[in-house]
Structures are given as structure tokens and as C-alpha cells.
Design a binder for this molecule. Structure first.
Ligand code: NAP
Length: 372
């Protein structure tokens, strides 16, 4: 199959390239790399078997139409600019996309195969060609709680998220570091210990965030020593678009016949990578905790149920632990004071892996199997 890859240079793209190389996926394809900024240039994957050495123009729909499969991690603006024109031109190949632009279209299937392989298979058999990665936080939540969702145990759920700077892309990560440097350069000085005047230091830190030259072009606000309780656009009804995605995408991925309401508050925090979320789950029945742990652990090989004690929670339920791993830890599992039907959970996962690159990579393998 002829595979075209767009967006290989971005953050999600780089993780996808690493994973495809590690798994030997390129052996199955003749691969062309596309660029929006350097068509005709070269790329770092010339060593790959069956790779076109010259970068193709990512806006050239005639070149793109020669592919059997296109994978894009370029972003929503690119999808909006190219996808429809390409289909209008008669492109009959598969389109696999990390962006949200066409995720909720009727012809699109959201891919997260450990959770919805049956939905993906039905879509392939129905001749569908558009397979889109889910929102990172939603995908990670379903990887962690698949055992409860797929067994139909959840009546509703709220999620309060703690999303890393990298969710906004490479420039946001850089800006967070610049913000940290701006602050520490001005308050730490030569003194190693500021404990005796820490309240005046804190006042200084807060004042620094308001300075005209404080770097906040990307976040529009300080994330360092701060948090931002709004992610993505304002839907005008009090809900952010990121919050809306939980129920809309979660139910689409699961293919639920009656909607399971999922809602909460999405918050940007100053971790570099990995999204975490605190979940309150209303169970349909008062299943015992050990049964719940068993269901979660059995759902997929990547979920890791963390015993609810302080030592293991602070070791495993952190971005530090989850970063760069396919493992999705879930813990803080306990019944809440509200009653036996109310479950508390906390989960964290690498949003660039299961939240972005990994479902796309696995979709390529699913296509290979489907075609053979
Ligand atoms: P990104 O890092 O901003 O990369 C996107 C594109 O920007 C690259 O392919 C590259 O295109 C161009 N670019 C310009 N300057 C660059 C530079 N200095 N370094 C690298 N690339 C540069 O975007 P992303 O975070 O990977 O996100 C891509 C898509 O995945 C988006 O739709 C996003 O919503 C989605 N997604 C992201 C995450 C996440 O956690 N970041 C998670 C899930 C889904 P050219 O090579 O063509 O110039």
C-alpha cells in the first residue's frame, strides 16, 4: 500500500514516527512524506525501506490522491484546507487523522481499537474510509475505564482534568519553560533559601506575571505558578469545547445506543506531558470495589490498576511516571461518601501516545489485516 504521511515533524508526528519505527510498521508500506513548508526538500527517514527520498507538497491534492492511505498529524486547519478538495477530486483511499476537524462527521469513525474494535470493523465492512483519532483526554479516560464502560456499569460521570502544556503543541511547552525562567531569574537570585521571606516572594511572583514583557503569547496567561481553567474555545453556554468533547466523542467511540452523560471542567496545569483526570462515577449498581478493580485490569493490556494508598498513588499516578509509556495507570479507587453507587477514580496517561499517535499507528495495522 502507498502511504502518505503529513505532519511527521510536529509533536504527535514525531511520536508516531518513533512508534512506527520501533514496531517495524514501515515494512508494510511504500511511504511518501509530505510537508506544508519544505516540499522538494529532504526528510530524516531516507534509510527506510520503500521511502520516497523527496518531500512532497502537502497541498498538492493530485500527489496526495495517488496514496492508498494518508495519515495526518498536521492539525485541523490543514484538514479543513485539504480533505474535502481531495475527496471531491475522487480520492478513494483511507484518511487517518489526529485532528478534530472532521471527527464528528457522520462518515468519520473515531479510532481507539482496544475500546472500540467492533465499531472500527463495522465501519470498514461498511466501506467507510475516514478514521480519526479521538480527543486525547477522552481516549485516555476510556483506556483507563474501559472495563466499566464496555460492561455497561456507568450511569454518568464527571471528569475534572489536569492537562499538560504539551496538549497545546511544541510552542506552548517552550513558553511554559520561558515563563518559569522569567520568574525564577527574577526571584531566586543568589540566595538559596527564601523561606524566611516567602510571602513577599510570592507577591513578587504574582506581580511578575502581569509585566508587559512576560511571555504569554501562546497561553494568553501565565501557566507557571498558575493554572488555566479553560481549554479550547468558548461554546457560549458556559462549556468549553474540550469539555463538550467528553460526552460527544466518548459516546461516539463507544457506539452507545443511549447516551452516557460525561461532563466536567478541563484545566491546563504546568506539567510538561501527560494528561490526568479526577473522575466521579455514578454506577448503575453497587458493584464491590474488588470486582471493579478486576474489571478495569482485565479490559486491556495497558491499563494498570494502582492500589489506593499514598506510597503507590504518588509514585504511579503522575505525569512523571506515565510520560513516554503506553501504560495507563488508574487508581484512587474508592466508594464516595455519597453512597455505594458513587466511585472515585484518578487516572493519568501519555496524551501523545494513546491520546494521539498510537491509535493512528494501530489503525494502519488494522487496515493491513483488513486488506489481506
Ligand atoms: P505541532 O507540534 O504544532 O506540529 C504541527 C506541524 O507544525 C508540523 O507538522 C510542522 O509542519 C509544523 N511546524 C512548524 N514549526 C515547527 C517546529 N518548530 N517543529 C515542528 N513542527 C513545526 O502540532 P501537534 O501538537 O503535533 O498536533 C498535531 C495535531 O494533533 C493537532 O490537530 C492536534 O490537535 C492533534 N493532537 C495533539 C495532541 C497533543 O497532545 N499535542 C494530542 C492529540 C491530538 P511542516 O513540517 O509541514 O512544516
Amino acid at each position: 500500500m502507498k502511504l502518505g504521511i503529513v505532519g511527521w515533524r510536529g509533536m504527535v508526528g514525531q511520536v508516531l514516527m518513533e512508534r512506527m519505527s520501533a514496531e517495524g510498521d514501515f515494512d508494510f508500506f511504500e511511504t511518501s512524506f509530505f510537508s506544508t513548508s519544505n516540499a522538494g526538500g529532504s526528510h530524516p527517514f531516507k534509510h527506510l525501506k520503500n521511502a520516497n527520498p523527496v518531500l512532497q507538497d502537502a497541498y498538492n491534492t493530485k500527489e496526495l490522491a495517488l496514496m492508498d492511505v494518508i495519515v495526518t498529524c498536521q492539525g485541523g486547519d490543514y484538514t479543513k484546507a485539504v480533505f474535502k478538495n481531495l475527496r471531491d477530486l475522487g480520492f478513494k483511499g483511507y484518511w487517518i487523522d489526529a485532528a478534530s476537524a472532521i471527527r464528528m462527521e457522520e462518515n468519520s469513525t473515531i479510532i481507539l481499537d482496544p475500546v472500540n474494535m467492533s465499531v472500527i470493523k463495522s465501519a470498514l465492512l461498511a466501506g467507510k474510509k475516514d478514521f480519526i483519532g479521538g480527543n486525547c483526554t477522552v481516549s485516555l479516560m476510556l483506556m483507563a475505564l474501559g472495563g466499566l464502560f464496555t460492561q455497561g456499569h456507568i450511569e454518568w460521570m464527571t471528569s475534572q482534568t489536569y492537562q499538560a502544556a504539551s496538549g497545546g503543541g511544541a510552542r506552548h511547552m517552550n513558553e511554559l519553560l520561558q515563563q518559569m525562567k522569567y520568574i525564577t531569574d527574577r526571584v531566586l537570585g543568589a540566595e538559596a533559601n527564601l523561606s524566611d521571606k516567602i510571602l513577599s516572594v510570592e507577591k513578587n511572583v504574582t506581580t511578575l506575571m502581569g509585566h508587559n514583557d512576560f511571555p504569554k503569547e501562546n497561553f494568553g496567561q501565565s501557566l507557571a505558578c498558575n493554572l488555566i481553567p479553560w481549554i479550547d474555545s468558548d461554546l457560549g453556554n458556559g462549556q468549553s469545547r474540550e469539555e463538550w468533547k467528553a460526552s460527544a466523542e466518548g459516546n461516539k467511540i463507544l457506539g452507545t445506543k443511549s447516551i452516557i452523560p460525561i461532563d466536567g471542567t478541563c484545566v491546563r496545569v504546568s506539567s510538561m506531558r501527560c494528561h490526568a483526570q479526577a473522575l466521579t462515577i455514578k454506577l448503575k449498581s453497587a458493584i464491590p470495589l474488588d470486582e471493579i478493580e478486576g474489571l478495569l485490569a482485565a479490559h486491556n493490556p495497558w491499563v494498570m490498576v494502582v492500589p489506593n494508598n499514598k506510597t503507590e498513588s504518588i509514585k504511579y499516578l503522575t505525569p512523571e511516571f506515565a510520560s513516554g509509556k503506553l501504560t495507563v495507570p488508574v487508581g484512587r479507587l474508592r466508594k464516595l461518601e455519597m453512597g455505594d453507587h458513587y466511585l472515585n477514580a484518578f487516572t493519568v496517561g501519555d496524551q501523545l501516545l494513546w491520546g494521539a499517535a498510537e491509535p493512528l499507528r494501530r489503525m494502519l495495522k488494522i487496515l493491513i489485516d483488513f486488506k489481506s
